[in-house]
Design a protein around this ligand. Structure first.
Ligand SMILES: Cc1cc2nc3c(=O)[nH]c(=O)nc-3n(C[C@H](O)[C@H](O)[C@H](O)COP(=O)(O)O)c2cc1C
Length: 164
């Protein structure tokens, strides 16, 4: 399997856009835009997030042992671009974009997100370039089920369209 063919097939897979945040042991917050995030089990309530170890979150979360998955609304595309490193803002400066509060675990939660999942890290599994964060969900926050979701497909941001 050559990686360009794999990449081009994966480009066609639409993904919900999230920002995965964590608060480090030094008190500093970090976040990363991520689509490789999904539900794992209902019992116990758990999620997985696949994060490159070159990112701040990939380095910090395995030690801070907290993370929050914030599922973005379409109107929050500027937040996604900021935490994907597409602006001049770095590190904790990125939290200047969007309205952020602290979850119980300490990880930042984004006001107005479609849903947020505050997690304690259960397990961090290394695979190649990435770390798979397995989180036990302690609390869900935000409930904006009526908002249009932010979706990434074929290299661009879009949203879902209702059939009606
Ligand atoms: C739509 C989109 C989805 C992304 N999904 C992921 C992902 O699932 N995991 C990941 O590690 N990086 C993902 N990235 C890349 C990171 O957001 C990007 O590398 C970011 O700049 C990392 O920040 P840092 O290196 O400054 O910490 C995605 C980027 C975009 C635009």
């Amino acid at each position: 399997m050559d990686k360009d063919t794999f990449r081009s097939a994966m480009r066609q897979v639409a993904g919900a856009v999230t920002v995965v945040t964590t608060r480090g042991q030094d008190g500093e917050a970090r976040g990363v835009t991520a689509t490789a995030v999904c539900s794992l089990t209902v019992e116990p309530p758990s999620v997985v997030a696949c994060i490159n170890r070159d990112t701040w979150v990939g380095q910090i979360a395995p030690e801070s042992r907290n993370f929050c998955v914030n599922v973005l609304a379409k109107a929050q595309q500027p937040v996604a671009e900021t935490f994907a490193g597409r602006t001049a803002l770095t590190g904790a400066e990125r939290f200047r974009v969007g309205d952020w509060q602290d979850c119980e675990t300490g990880a930042p939660v984004l006001e107005g997100a479609i849903a947020s999942f505050d997690c304690e890290l259960e397990q961090a599994v290394d695979f190649a370039t990435h770390v798979i964060l397995i989180g036990r969900v302690r609390r869900t926050l935000n409930d904006n089920s009526g908002a249009e979701p932010l979706v990434y497909v074929d290299g661009g941001f879009t949203t879902t369209q209702s059939a009606a």
